[in-house]
Design a protein around this ligand. Structure first.
Ligand code: PLP
Length: 439
C-alpha cells in the first residue's frame, strides 16, 4: 500500500521510470508523448543533459545557502540574464520555488510598495474571472476559477474581479475583436472608479489564460488599454506568466507579444523546465528602490528562495532557450501544430474553438458548435479525454467546463520546444482517437 497522498485519490497512476526527450517512459516500458509538459512545465523535454549537468555541478559545489546569510553565483547570474532579456523597466528578480509563491510575493510586494511610499490606502487587488494564479490562499483569492475557489471561499480575502478577454465567448454580434478587447479592458477603469480611484494597489492577469480557459490570448490592443488605465490611476500591473512565459508562446515573455511591460512579472514552470522547482518575481527598479530607500526589508520570504541548485537549473534552461535557439522554434512549430489541429478538428461537430499562440494551444469541446453549448459537467468529459489519451500514450491537460455558458471542457496542449515534425502527427493522431473514445 502506498503512503503517498496523491492528487486524485481514486486514480491508479502509472509509475514514471525515466525520461527520453519528449517522452516519459513508465515502469512497464510504455511511452507517453508529453504534449502538455505536465502543466506547461517541461519545455525542454525530459532528458536535457545540459540542465542536469548544470544542477549536478552546482550540487558538487554547494546545494543550499540560506538567503538570509548568503547570495550565490547561480542566483546572481540567472537574475542578470533574466533582466537583460526582460521588458520595460524590470530590474530586480526575487526567486521563489514555484508559481503560487511568485504570485503571493507579487501581491505582497504591491501592497508593501504603497505602504513604503506613503499610500497605505491602496489596498485593493483587481483580478479577472476565469483565471488561475495558484492554490495558496492569496493566489487563490486572486484567481477567478469558481470551482477551485468554491470550498475555500470562507478563507479567501476579498479581491475584485472583472471579465477576462475571451473572444470566443465574449465578443458580441457586430462587434470587432478590437472593440471587444477595449470594452472588456475598460471594465478595469469602471472597477477602479467603483472601489475608489486612489485605493487600488494592483491589477493581476495572465497574458494568455492557461489552466482555466485553455490557451486564450487577449485580442490586439487589450493589454495596451489595460496598461493605459493602470498608468492613469497609479495602479501596478502584475502579469502572471507562470504558465505562458519562458518562450511558451513564441517570445521569451508572453507580454512581449502585446508590446506591454508590467511593473511586476511572475514566472515559474518553464524557468526550471521541471529539472528543479523554481519561480521568480521580477519588479521594476522603482518598486525595488521604494523598499531599499524605505524599510530596507521586503516583509516576505520562504526558506528555499534563491536555491542555488534551482537557480543553476534556471540558468542552464535560459541558455538552452536563448543561446541554443529553442525559443525560435516555438512559433513555426506552434503554427504547424495549429494547422494540423485545424485539419483534424476544424470541422469536428464537438470542437467549438481551436486557439492559442506558439506551443500553447487549446481545443474547446462543446455539445453544440452552433450554440457553443458546453457538455454537462457531470459527464466529466475532460477526465475521460485525459484517460483515453494516456491509454494511447499521450499526455494532454484537459479541464472541465461549466454549464453557465462561461466555458466548455477544454484540452490544453503545451509540448516541449524540442518537438520533431513527426511528433506533431503523433499528437493529432492520438488526440483524435482519445477524443473519439471519450465522446
Ligand atoms: N499562475 C498560473 C498562471 C498558473 O498556471 C499556475 C499553475 O498552473 C500558477 C500560477 C501556480 O503555479 P504553481 O503550481 O507552480 O504553484
Amino acid at each position: 500500500m502506498s503512503h503517498v497522498f496523491p492528487r486524485h485519490t481514486k486514480a491508479k497512476l502509472p509509475v514514471a521510470s525515466h525520461g527520453d526527450g519528449a517522452y516519459i517512459v513508465d515502469s512497464d516500458g510504455k511511452r507517453y508523448l508529453d504534449a502538455c509538459g505536465g502543466a506547461a512545465v517541461s519545455c525542454l523535454g525530459h532528458s536535457d543533459a545540459a540542465v542536469t549537468d548544470a544542477v549536478r555541478s552546482q550540487m558538487d559545489s554547494i546545494a543550499f545557502a540560506h538567503t538570509g546569510f548568503f547570495t550565490s553565483p547561480p542566483a546572481e547570474a540567472l537574475a542578470e540574464k533574466l533582466i537583460a532579456l526582460a521588458p520595460g523597466d524590470l530590474d530586480r528578480v526575487y526567486f521563489v520555488s514555484g508559481g503560487s509563491e511568485a504570485v503571493e510575493a507579487s501581491l505582497k510586494l504591491a501592497r508593501q510598495y504603497f505602504v513604503e511610499i506613503g499610500q497605505p490606502q491602496r489596498k485593493h487587488i483587481i483580478a479577472r474571472w476565469q483565471s488561475y494564479h495558484g492554490n495558496t490562499l492569496g493566489a487563490l483569492a486572486a484567481g477567478g476559477n469558481r470551482w477551485r475557489r468554491a470550498q475555500f471561499e470562507p478563507l479567501l480575502v476579498d479581491m475584485a474581479h472583472i471579465d477576462p478577454c475571451f473572444v470566443y465567448r465574449g465578443q458580441e454580434e457586430g462587434e470587432s475583436e478590437f472593440d471587444y478587447g477595449q470594452r472588456v479592458a475598460n471594465q478595469l477603469e469602471t472597477e477602479i472608479q467603483r472601489l475608489g480611484v486612489d485605493s487600488v494597489a494592483a491589477f493581476v492577469a495572465e497574458p494568455v489564460v492557461g489552466a482555466t480557459l485553455g490557451a486564450v490570448p487577449a485580442v490586439e490592443g487589450y493589454f495596451k488599454r489595460i496598461r493605459e488605465i493602470c498608468d492613469q490611476y497609479g495602479v501596478l500591473l502584475i502579469l502572471d506568466e507562470v504558465m505562458c512565459g519562458m518562450g511558451r508562446t513564441g517570445t521569451l515573455f508572453a507580454c512581449d507579444h502585446d508590446g506591454v511591460a508590467p511593473d511586476i512579472l511572475c514566472i515559474a514552470k518553464g524557468l526550471g523546465a521541471g529539472y528543479q522547482p523554481i519561480g521568480a518575481m521580477l519588479c521594476t527598479g522603482a518598486i525595488y528602490d521604494a523598499i531599499e530607500q524605505g524599510s530596507g526589508l521586503f516583509q516576505h520570504g520562504h526558506t528555499y528562495i534563491g536555491h542555488p541548485a534551482a537557480c543553476a537549473a534556471g540558468g542552464a534552461v535560459l541558455t538552452r532557450l536563448i543561446d541554443d535557439g529553442l525559443v525560435e522554434r516555438v512559433t513555426p512549430l506552434g503554427e504547424a501544430l495549429h494547422t494540423r489541429l485545424e485539419a483534424r478538428f476544424g470541422q469536428h461537430p464537438h470542437v467549438g474553438d481551436i486557439r492559442g499562440r506558439g506551443l500553447f494551444r487549446g481545443l474547446e469541446l462543446v455539445k453544440d458548435r452552433e450554440t457553443k453549448t458546453p457538455f454537462d459537467p457531470g459527464h466529466k468529459l475532460h477526465a475521460k479525454v485525459k484517460q483515453a489519451a494516456m491509454n494511447e500514450g499521450l499526455m494532454c491537460y484537459p479541464m472541465g467546463g461549466t454549464l453557465d455558458g462561461q466555458r466548455g471542457d477544454h484540452i490544453l496542449l503545451a509540448p516541449p520546444f524540442i518537438l520533431e515534425d513527426a511528433q506533431l502527427d503523433e499528437i493529432t493522431d492520438k488526440l483524435d482517437r482519445a477524443v473519439t473514445t471519450a465522446l
